[in-house]
Design a protein around this ligand. Structure first.
Ligand code: DAH
Length: 332
């Protein structure tokens, strides 16, 4: 009988080691240790043996039972660790997982330029203002001292919207209407910049886009002079480009400022690039917004963000900003 039991133990060990899943182990457990198992039968048979033989056989039955139990629990452990691993692998959520080469996105050049401009002006104490892209003639022209008969209206190449009276509603041709909206709603002192999209009937070429971006600046306070304006422009250009870039003001004409100027910045080759217009806010404009020009003075400026981006990133053609060629944009 002992021989039989030893053969049983050897085959049990082998079968347990070969088991590939927990169900298989459970079946072996029932077969090897259950009521109908060979081991149970051997145990029953012990009573029929001679005392001497019974002792040795009893010990063998116990030892083999223990060995099989240990084998079963080892197999369970091995297979449940493996089962857990399989489940982990199936449920794994690897947040660092990626396919192919890493490609970080970046902000568009215009957005980078606008963010930087905003930072520069915010650090000088300005806040950011906004206005709608579709405007009425009052905000885009009249309140800015450009009445209907004024020749300057023509120079804005305005894109009109088919709404209301003819030429009454339009895509704003500059960000200057935000000056009016701000002064209507805010008590001076006012220090704002207003970046935003603007539109004209221009055909796109290397230096023009029909939809472009401007940033408007407006200061209304007591005792403001042209000197404050010149100092502010110089300060901002240095903060934006660094110390090497020079600025200059040239006398010019805008209906909403008096005196008016255009301002240029120096290119590396020594030539000048026209950036925008500026001036001391016209008393009529203050009065149109309910601000007393005897008490308050102001300066304003407006320039193209796209042109700044062209200059800052040394682009050959302003259309690069809107071609959406990812190979180009990815460089910045
Ligand atoms: N709005 C003008 C334009 O688009 C630019 C400009 C000139 C804005 C003078 C100003 C200013 O605020 O004072 O041509």
């Amino acid at each position: 009988m002992i021989d039989e039991l030893e053969a049983l133990a050897a085959s049990a060990e082998q079968r347990l080691m070969a088991a590939t899943d927990l169900d298989g182990v459970a079946a072996l457990d029932a077969e090897l240790l259950g009521k109908k198992s060979q081991l149970s039968a051997a145990k029953k048979k012990l009573g029929t043996l001679e005392p001497e033989e019974r002792k040795a056989a009893g010990r063998a039955v116990n030892e083999i039972r223990q060995a099989i139990e240990a084998g079963i629990s080892a197999a369970r452990q091995r297979l449940s660790a493996a089962a857990r691993q399989i489940q982990y692998d199936a449920e794994r959520l690897d947040l660092s997982e990626r396919l192919g080469e890493i490609r970080r996105g970046s902000l568009h050049l215009n957005t980078q330029a606008r963010d930087r401009l905003e930072d520069v002006f915010v650090s000088m104490g300005y806040t950011i203002a906004e206005g709608p892209e579709v405007e009425t003639a009052w905000y885009n022209f009249e309140a800015l001292n450009i009445p209907e008969w004024h020749p300057a209206r023509g120079s804005f190449d305005t894109i009109f919207v088919d709404l209301g009276e003819p030429e009454e509603v339009m895509l704003r041709s500059h960000t200057s209407p935000v000056q009016i909206r701000t002064m209507e709603n805010t008590e001076p002192p006012i220090y704002i910049v207003a970046p935003g999209r603007t539109f004209r009937t221009d055909t796109a070429d290397a230096t023009h886009l029909p939809a472009f971006n401007q940033i408007e600046g407006l200061v209304v306070d007591r005792g403001i002079t042209l000197g404050d304006l010149a100092g502010t422009i110089e300060e901002f250009v240095h903060a934006f480009f660094g110390g090497e870039v020079k600025t200059r003001l040239r006398p010019s004409y805008f209906p909403f400022t008096e005196p008016s100027a255009e301002f240029d910045i120096s290119r590396p080759d020594g030539s000048w690039l026209e950036l925008g217009g500026c001036g001391v806010v016209h008393p009529n404009v203050l009065a149109n917004c309910g601000i007393d020009p005897e008490e308050w003075q102001g300066f304003a400026f407006g320039f193209g963000i796209d042109r700044l981006a062209v200059m800052r990133y040394e682009l050959d053609d302003i259309r690069e900003l809107v071609n959406n060629d990812v190979r180009f944009l990815r460089q910045f």
